[in-house]
Design a protein around this ligand. Structure first.
Ligand code: GDP
Ligand code: MG
Length: 141
């Protein structure tokens, strides 16, 4: 699934499995959530976006494994001409965690993408996420 959201002049596409928290992260940050898009439309949204935010749920290992497919799809559409941010969301689910921060960090290094953990529920690291995105975009600091 994908949620598309504009950040000033740059378009962001939020990708990741269903229910990992894409809409919640956007709502936390800017109060309107953008629209959920059909699977078949995702390539065109990836093509139109400068930033791909790929979200997994730290309490759902399959959603972490599936980020490889999302990253591959973004690279296929955009090559290196895109900023990719890997986000491990739902860190508040401490007792249910299935993916460590070290694993997320290691994957981000292997794939050459930016990494951060968040909790949309607790409001943890939401502003830092968008600050990291802004810092990576020309003219957005
Ligand atoms: P999306 O399908 O990726 O857009 O996911 P949603 O934003 O709709 O969230 C799916 C479910 O996960 C909802 O019930 C949210 O309340 C919940 N959720 C989202 N973010 C968090 C989080 O950081 N922590 C917890 N515990 N639940 C979350
Ligand atoms: Mg959603």
């Amino acid at each position: 699934m994908a949620v598309v959201s504009p950040l000033a002049k740059y378009k962001l596409v939020f990708l990741g499995d269903q229910s990992v928290g894409k809409t919640s992260i956007i709502t936390r940050f800017m109060d309107t959530a953008g629209q959920e898009r059909f699977r078949s439309l995702i390539p065109s949204y990836i093509r139109d976006s400068s930033v791909a935010v790929i979200v997994y749920d730290v309490a759902n290992r399959q959603s972490f494994i599936n980020t490889s497919k999302w990253i591959e799809e973004v690279r296929t559409e955009r090559g290196s001409d895109v900023i990719i941010v890997l986000v491990g969301n739902k860190t508040d689910l401490v007792d249910k965690r299935q993916v460590s921060i070290e694993e997320g960090d290691a994957k981000s290094r292997e794939d050459g993408v930016i990494f951060i953990e968040t909790s949309a529920k607790a409001g943890f690291n939401i502003k830092p996420l968008f600050r990291k995105i802004a810092a990576a975009l020309p003219g957005m600091e």
